[in-house]
Design a protein around this ligand. Structure first.
Ligand SMILES: C[S@@+](CC[C@H](N)C(=O)[O-])C[C@H]1O[C@@H](n2cnc3c(N)ncnc32)[C@H](O)[C@@H]1O
Length: 284
């Protein structure tokens, strides 16, 4: 798995679709079918610095890819979790995220899941990590991923139901939970949409290097680190007032010892099921 971070855009070398979407060259990556400014052009600034792929999560993805030789990574972002020993093609709508892909990362095409610029059955496997909740049309995106994939599809996503028990959302920032509840992305729904899929819990290590918000389950102090929380999508999803109020209460509870009284035991645990799921669909 790739761990580097030099911010260099990569060359696209993947097969273009025939007649599916117009393409043009921009800088050093290929552009295809992105119609509006992607949210991660703003949100993604500094993403690669704080969202380092966690090697333990990476190992699970690597194992689930099985014998796939050609792999499509959809919503690839800065290249986290892309295997280095397979023929990988990345798809990512945000130029900001593409610019942070390390030198030597897989070739990338600027496009969206809902309109993939590849012929049918182009890849052995497709992977989509922590991205499906962003897709404008989840059904269309999954249909496209299915169309271009021959053997297996891997999706890493949160089950919002499981997030309900996490102290971050339940006790301090409940607005995040509401938003997750409204989301159509539960691992069960995904498994149903992908017909033969199975959903496997991924325990999140206490010192997870990929700082998505639930990864801070034993590190409340990091919720005060602006560099860490700024690229978090859920953080942007609640009002400034809700953020300030939640942080104020958390700071007070840390200072008084109330947080440690309730949740200090978490600081001793190695990992926790916070609702992260690996959904694997073996295609017939
Ligand atoms: C939280 S980041 C995850 C990036 C990477 N997979 C990772 O694990 O670090 C979500 C990514 O999904 C991308 N994204 C948003 N909408 C998308 C869409 N419709 N199709 C494909 N990717 C999309 C964003 O631009 C962003 O790079």
């Amino acid at each position: 798995m790739r761990q580097g971070s030099a911010p260099t855009p990569c060359f696209a070398a993947a097969k273009a679709s025939e007649g599916r979407s117009a393409e043009l060259r921009l800088g050093s990556h290929r552009v295809s079918s992105v119609t509006e400014a992607p949210a991660y052009d703003q949100l993604g600034r500094g993403y690669g610095d704080v969202r380092r792929p966690d090697p333990r999560i990476a190992a699970r993805i690597e194992a689930a890819l099985g014998d796939a030789r050609t792999v499509l990574n959809v919503g690839a972002g800065t290249g986290s979790y892309e295997p280095v020993d397979r023929d990988v093609t990345a798809v990512e709508p945000s130029a900001e995220m593409i610019a942070q892909r390390p030198q030597g990362a897989a070739p990338v095409i600027q496009a969206s899941a809902e309109d993939l610029p590849f012929p049918d059955d182009s890849f052995d496997a497709a992977m989509a990590v922590l991205t499906v909740h962003h897709w404008a049309d989840l059904g269309a995106g999954l249909r496209e991923v299915r169309r271009v994939t021959r053997q297996r599809i891997l999706i890493v996503a949160f089950d919002p139901g499981a997030l309900a028990n996490l102290w971050i959302t339940r006790d301090y920032f409940p607005g995040m939970l509401e938003l997750k509840r409204q989301s159509p992305v539960t691992s069960t729904e995904l498994a149903t949409m992908l017909s033969t899929a199975r959903s496997i819990p991924i325990p999140v290590p206490r010192d997870c290097t990929d700082h998505f918000f639930a990864a801070l389950w034993a590190r409340p102090e990091m919720l005060f680190d602006d560099a860490v929380v700024r690229p978090m999508w859920v953080w942007q999803s609640i009002s400034e007032t809700a953020r300030r109020e939640g942080r104020r209460r958390l700071a007070a509870d840390l200072k008084s010892g109330a947080w440690d009284e309730s949740y200090g035991y978490l600081r001793e645990k190695q990992d926790l099921d916070v609702g992260l799921r690996l959904v694997v669909s073996e295609l017939g």
